[in-house]
Design a protein around this ligand. Structure first.
Ligand code: GDP
Length: 299
């Protein structure tokens, strides 16, 4: 919990201090509620959650003296209620051959790093993953998956730059079946410049994987960069249009004042949240816990 608090300290200190600035011994009148609502929206929580916070305060405490501490408590309570139903560990239940997890997200979101951290975690838990360097457009991405493969002591399936990613994924599934591996983690390209092409490629990967196993991919995890704030909403929308996203990971919550965006994205699309990233190292991935997150964010 303390690592999450220090990780989210930028979000929480900004939000918490602003709450304090509004509510140091103050009556909860209309003006205070409006100021709070603006603050919450500016913190990327989204309008729906912001209104739930102010409505609850108005219902319980209107026209009474209120402290910043009490406001923060209500804020944490509402965030926790919103996210608790979406707290969902990544469950690897595939019984029809290797469990296939596709990782999607724009370049730089932390997709490859998250895939690598999950590979390390799975290996430690006694599973036998293989990693697939499916971003065939960037040499650095292929190399990065290889580095994570070494850290996870797990094989990496890769091809030369420019190779067909869907074909690579198909071959990886075949190899995983042949070698009796239980998990296939597939990285994908995330070029934002050419959205239509990117989304077509994702659809093609899914189509080709399904030829090998009709219920694969068992998970399609969307990785979002926690530092982009509300832009995460449009990114999520674009990927939801192209793929059947089954859950979220939000990264870089160790260095951002924009962690509130997780509330907005998860609520808007009702997407399960699996993990949060709180650093670049192999242990810097935490199972998502709504209560810890909301307390850390509310400060
Ligand atoms: P990709 O292009 O989506 O595959 O993104 P990468 O996995 O290459 O990550 C982009 C950069 O963000 C790299 O420098 C990572 O080390 C860094 N990164 C990824 N996750 C986190 C995180 O949770 N916290 C921090 N601080 N950096 C991260």
């Amino acid at each position: 919990f303390s690592r999450l608090v220090s990780g989210l300290s930028k979000s929480s200190s900004k939000l918490g201090e602003s709450v304090t600035a509004i509510f140091t011994k103050r009556k909860l009148d209309r003006e205070a509620l409006d100021e709070l609502e603006d603050l919450l929206i500016a913190s990327d929580l989204g309008t729906a959650a912001a209104l739930r916070v102010t409505d609850r305060l108005a219902r319980d405490r209107f026209d009474k003296e209120i402290t910043d501490e009490e406001v923060r408590e209500t804020l944490a309570e509402v965030i926790c209620e919103t996210l608790a139903p979406l707290e969902k560990p990544l469950q690897l239940t595939g019984t029809d051959g290797p469990h296939v997890i596709l990782f999607v997200g724009v370049n730089g979101s932390g997709k490859t790093t998250t895939l690598g951290k999950i590979a390390v975690k799975l290996k430690r838990e006694g599973r036998d993953p293989i990693l697939v360097a499916g971003d065939t457009f960037r040499a650095a991405a292929i190399e990065q998956v290889s580095v994570w493969g070494e850290r996870a002591k797990s094989p990496v399936i890769k091809r030369e730059i420019g190779a067909d990613a869907a074909g690579l994924a198909f071959d990886a599934l075949e190899q995983a079946e042949r070698e009796g591996r239980d998990t296939v983690l597939i990285d994908t390209a995330g070029r934002l410049q050419n959205k239509a092409e990117l989304m077509d490629e994702l659809r093609k990967i899914v189509r080709v994987i399904r030829k090998k196993n009709p219920s694969a991919p068992h998970e399609t995890v969307l990785v979002l960069d926690g530092t982009v704030g509300s832009n995460a909403v449009s990114q999520a929308q674009a990927f939801l249009d192209a793929a059947q996203i089954t859950g979220l990971v939000m990264t870089k919550l160790d260095g951002t004042a924009k962690g509130g965006a997780l509330v907005q994205v998860a609520e808007k699309f009702q997407l399960p949240i699996h993990y949060i990233g709180i650093g670049e190292g192999e242990d810097d991935l935490q199972a998502f816990n709504a209560r810890d997150f909301s307390r850390a964010l509310a400060g």
